[in-house]
Design a protein around this ligand. Sequence first.
Ligand code: SAM
Length: 246
Amino acid sequence: MSYTQIAKYNYMNNFEWKNKNNAIFYDQIPKELFDKTALESGLNSGCDIDILQPYINSARTILEIGSGYGRVVQYILQFNFAGKLYALERNHKMCEHLRENFCHSADIIEQDIFDFKTEKKFDLILACWTTICEFSKEEQSVLIKKLSNMLTADGKLVFDSIFDKPRNSSYCNCQNHVVHNEYSSLYGYIPSLAEIKAYALDSNFKTTKIIYYITDSNRERAMFVLSNNTDVSNSQNLLLENVMFA
Ligand SMILES: C[S@@+](CC[C@H](N)C(=O)[O-])C[C@H]1O[C@@H](n2cnc3c(N)ncnc32)[C@H](O)[C@@H]1O
């Protein structure tokens, strides 16, 4: 069966995918396709990281999960970030690229986030470019709880998400979707605002701030900033009890 047929078969049969099913996608796709997708998403200019500049500037330690080929790492370094930067990625070829290009400026951790154990605490944890959506609904909840325990008292967890299925997805059942190409299939789940609220409450976060933004290719996205402090910087600050979740 081709990857297309497998993706369609799995979709039609309500295949209960997990994050580990997505690992092969990144093994298979060439870097050029990965970069082309960033370009089409309007993220290759780093417009998403520009939004995060105030958080980056005030952090001493940053952990990025799912660093890919280092797009986020590169933009963080362009802000002259002087703290300690950790880039966690489970894909071996991506980690080789990260080590080749950033080993002097970041600690590269080649590991699955679910296997990552540390005593360290981070001021800022980032999951950019819908990395969160590459985890099933159940896994998203577990992941956010795990990451909440790795934050300093004032720490912030920031993740990026979307409101509609990805434009390149082939099959979509409300929040579940599959992106497939000639190489492999990538499964995703878009968390609703109500689910994000539940994840945040379950992990004892006090505030969830939503920063809506539009990418360079005109796509609507949002950054969710979960923190234990009331965040009063500009843009919409939504205390959990006041959040207008769908
Ligand atoms: C959409 S890419 C984002 C890449 C990068 N953060 C960026 O914004 O350019 C998602 C990345 O997360 C990685 N990833 C997915 N699940 C992971 C896991 N369980 N542990 C570590 N990395 C993971 C993938 O290998 C992939 O590189």
